[in-house]
Design a protein around this ligand. Structure first.
Ligand code: CAA
Length: 379
């Protein structure tokens, strides 16, 4: 069934594409080369209302349906995948978790500043011994005279070097595995929180990915997000929506590479004609286009299910499982269309090829998505 966006959703696409082409794309190569996060884009993203698309108006946001946000994320990622993941973690994983599980006081404290881009969010789940097996996390939060004291080590934290609000998962009881984990809101600068040097990565080099050490980090009891012991479920629910977001990021990267390759194929002359006249190139372009259409249908379907209040975890996992490898395939083929020049930084396709690969890994690897899908089919 073809998926049709409403006029309003199409308007979101047009306006965000215009904005991203003008303001985000021109920075992408520099951010990548300098391994620098897109801090200068944050006020512009806030002014466009993009950082507040998951936040209701009563908290200063510009809330839209989730599908509109996903379309915006696709367009931002088409221009710059690093900016895409910054927005995704902030607006999807972190803002929605605060909105759904936070107290009124917590919502008032964080969401207006998050919509305005004054506070960017980060999500601290992964640890050295807890990647795919998130329930194996070992950080602890111990209750001490009206406070929690957090100890532990988190790694691969997106937005780590500049975020102001961190959702941190830590154990509050001795129960094994996924039980006994709680979620906390920790402010940047809380004594004992040490943010390490950003990782040097293959792609999304404009995204800051840091380790964070929690050494006797003392936070008030009111910093608990949701109920004590419910942290794993809060993380999983956040990741359900987040996975549609990463699928949209992958889709945007692939669309960007396809658009570049299509134009290049029509301009580049070899054997006395544009290479677009060669069947080998035509087949690549055709295959890329089918991949994009299939991926877009899965991503929009997952977002639409969420908007309609239907179960969507399985659809989000399917969208991410398809779109991650699809972005790898499409950027690979796009580079092939460019030939030798595509392997240099003369064109963005080389960056897009590197950026695509992570979408098969973070917010749950391809293998974890298969596990989520299979469990939903076999229960
Ligand atoms: N919603 C609500 N509850 C859920 C849930 C969901 N989507 N998924 C699981 N749960 C509940 C289960 O019902 C179960 O509840 P009970 O204890 O009451 O029975 C509990 O959580 C434990 O679930 P499982 O038994 O399924 O747990 P598991 O240990 O087998 O692990 C997993 C499940 C899917 C493998 C999970 O560990 C997982 O998703 N791993 C991947 C981790 C991941 O995605 N990390 C991403 C890091 S963040 C990131 O990447 C952001 C970024 O920088 C871009």
């Amino acid at each position: 069934m073809p998926f049709h966006l409403t006029d309003e959703q199409e308007l979101v696409r047009t306006s965000v594409r215009e904005f991203a082409d003008a303001e985000i794309a021109p920075l992408a190569a520099t951010l990548d080369r300098e391994h620098r996060p897109p801090l200068e884009s944050i006020p512009k993203l806030a002014d466009m209302g993009i950082l507040g698309m998951t936040i209701p108006e009563q908290y200063g946001g510009s809330v839209s349906d989730y599908l509109s946000f996903i379309v915006a994320l696709e367009e931002i990622s088409r221009a710059c995948a690093s900016t895409g993941v910054m927005v995704e973690v902030h607006a999807s994983l972190v803002s929605t978790s605060i909105l759904h599980f936070g107290t009124e006081e917590q919502r008032q404290k964080y969401l207006p500043d998050m919509a305005a881009g004054k506070k960017i969010g980060a999500f601290c789940l992964t640890e050295p011994g807890a990647g795919s097996d998130a329930g194996a996390l070992a950080s602890t939060a111990t209750k001490e005279d009206g406070h929690y004291v957090i100890n532990g080590q988190k790694i691969f934290i997106t937005n780590g070097s500049f975020a102001e609000v961190f959702i941190v998962m830590a154990r509050t009881s001795d129960q094994p595995g996924t039980r006994g984990i709680s979620a906390f809101l920790v402010d940047r600068g809380t004594p004992g929180m040490q943010i390490g040097e950003p990782e040097v990565k293959m792609g999304i080099r404009g995204s800051s990915t840091t380790p964070i050490l929690f050494d006797q980090v003392r936070i008030p009891e009111s910093a608990l997000l949701g109920e004590e012991g419910h942290g794993f479920k809060i993380a999983m629910k956040g990741l359900d929506g987040g996975r549609t977001g990463i699928a949209a990021q992958a889709l945007g990267i692939a669309q960007g590479a396809f658009d570049q390759a299509r134009v290049y194929a029509m301009e580049r002359v070899q054997f006395g004609q544009p290479i677009a006249k060669l069947q080998a190139i035509q087949w690549m372009i055709a295959d890329m286009s089918v991949d994009l259409e299939a991926g877009r249908a899965l991503v929009y379907q997952a977002a639409d299910l969420e908007d309609r209040g239907q179960p969507f975890a399985d659809a989000a996992a399917k969208a991410k499982l398809f779109c991650g490898p699809m972005a790898t395939r499409v950027t690979h083929a796009a580079m092939q269309v460019f030939g030798g020049i595509g392997y240099t930084d003369a064109y963005p396709v080389e960056r897009m090829y590197r950026d695509a690969r992570i979408t098969e890994i973070y917010e749950g690897t391809n293998e974890i998505q298969r596990l989520v899908i299979a469990r939903s089919l076999l229960r």
